[in-house]
Design a protein around this ligand. Structure first.
Ligand code: SDX
Length: 394
């Protein structure tokens, strides 16, 4: 029996060929390819093919994959109606979790097992591709609904990133915005056995279905300690701006006291969102790439103040807690990037989940390909031989 490790810290719970992380050196590779090379040269669709097939596609294969994905953009009409009946004040991550779960009801064979009860891998891949293709449509449909705008149908002649922005805004994005979003999708696609990916693997290890596994993973990613941090980063930047204004201070002068106060309360659980990581003890390579990228897109969209604030926070944190291995993670600069692209704050985490659906699905396929039901042990620390005391005597 292995020793108890809180939060399974340091425990190896799966083998994967999809992403490699060296937390000490700040390295992330997808099937051996450095994340920087993929962000600069690949597309989200090509990255998904890489993760699901453990190799880059030939041109004809990529063209076929693109065509297949785009042919699946549309969601069932009944699901559109269901989304349009949801409260306009619903949280987009709750809408997404509910809609992905509902997709299983419009699949005539949702379980993905063959007649012998064994995982039907091609069927599971097809279900995963349906969910991946339809997530953008689900999110855009709800956002249009809550804004009182008509649904914008997907366009099968648009790639994943521009199609989402088109459905959201009702007009095709600029090539620069589409590329910015595509790069964010590449950077968030997979990341080893993070909490939401592990959640998906645990669920699918019971030979449950892809919809149930992906729904469970969404629930995990919503948490502010995991996927929800990017929204909290933007909340923090806005809070600093509002507090500085209230005190009649220049926002750049207010950052130091604000951060120092948060750090002074970290033993009470206060956290600077977008910093720290269970695995990285140096800067997250995705944050390194996003820092440079967010500066460019902030400059292009008049959001340089947010970038300058973020950069100053990073410098203070490096001085105060860098020695403890607390550096920016993927969420810190993705906040400014998503804001500069024009996405609403409560869509930031759904964007993370939109991309990570590809990683979750790839891990679920890995899991069922060489499955072992997850059932860890618990260390019992309660009493033994306790008497049953009748309620009248308690
Ligand atoms: C993601 O796992 C993944 O791969 C996740 C992810 C992915 O792609 O899937 O990379 C995405 O989840 C990024 C992380 C987003 N979350 C945040 O930015 C929230 C803020 N970060 C922290 O809550 C924290 O860093 C975690 C949760 C991310 C990791 O925490 P751990 O490993 O459980 O570390 P801990 O909370 O036990 O902290 C260890 C020490 C403590 O100090 P001491 O008590 O030892 O003195 O580091 C300090 C903490 O106080 N610390 C922080 C801090 N993070 C850790 N102090 C201030 N601010 C922070 N953000």
């Amino acid at each position: 029996m292995a020793e108890f490790s809180k939060g399974l810290e340091g425990v190896v719970a799966a083998e994967t060929q999809m992403s490699f992380i060296d937390g000490a050196k700040g390295i992330l590779e997808y099937v051996g390819i450095p994340i920087d090379d993929l962000a600069r040269n690949s597309t989200f669709e090509e990255t998904v093919f890489l993760l699901w097939n453990c190799r880059l596609p030939k041109k004809a294969e990529l063209d076929a994959f693109n065509t297949d994905l785009r042919s699946r953009y549309r969601i069932p009409a009944e699901l559109t109606s269901m989304i349009q009946s949801m409260p306009k004040t619903a949280q987009p991550m709750h809408v997404r979790r509910t809609a992905v779960s509902a997709l299983s009801m419009y699949d005539p064979s949702p379980n993905g097992l063959d007649s012998a009860g064994k995982p039907d891998i091609p069927a599971m891949r097809s279900k995963a591709l349906n969910v991946l293709a339809q997530i953008p449509t689900i999110i855009a449909t709800f956002d249009r609904h809550r804004r009182g705008l008509p649904v914008v149908d997907p366009r099968a002649n648009l790639a994943f990133a521009p199609n989402f922005l088109y459905m959201l805004n009702g007009e095709a994005p600029t090539p620069a915005m589409a590329r910015a979003f595509d790069i964010c999708m590449i950077l968030h696609a997979d990341h080893g056995l993070n909490n939401s990916t592990f959640t998906g693997r645990v669920v699918i290890s019971t030979l449950s279905d892809m919809y149930s596994a992906l729904t469970a993973a969404i629930g995990s990613l919503r948490g502010p300690l995991h996927g929800g941090a990017n929204e909290e980063v933007m909340d923090m930047l806005h809070e600093i701006e509002a507090e500085a204004k209230k005190q009649g201070k220049d926002v750049m002068d207010y950052i130091e006291p604000y951060i120092m106060d948060k750090l002074a309360h970290r033993n009470e659980g206060a956290r600077i969102m977008g910093f720290g990581h269970r695995v990285y003890k140096t800067i997250d390579p995705r944050a390194t790439f996003l820092k440079t990228f967010s500066k460019q897109i902030a400059a292009d969209t008049g959001n340089m103040r947010l970038y300058e604030m973020s950069s100053k926070i990073e410098a203070i944190m490096a001085r105060e807690v860098g020695a403890k291995g607390i550096y920016p993670n993927v969420d810190f600069y993705s906040a400014t990037t998503y804001h500069s692209i024009g996405l609403k704050l409560d869509l930031f985490t759904p964007m993370f989940a939109m991309s990570r659906t590809s990683g979750w699905a790839g891990h679920c396929i890995e899991q069922v390909t060489d499955n072992r039901l997850y059932r860890p042990a618990a260390k019992y620390v309660g009493p033994h031989g306790a008497p049953y005391v009748p309620v009248a005597q308690r």
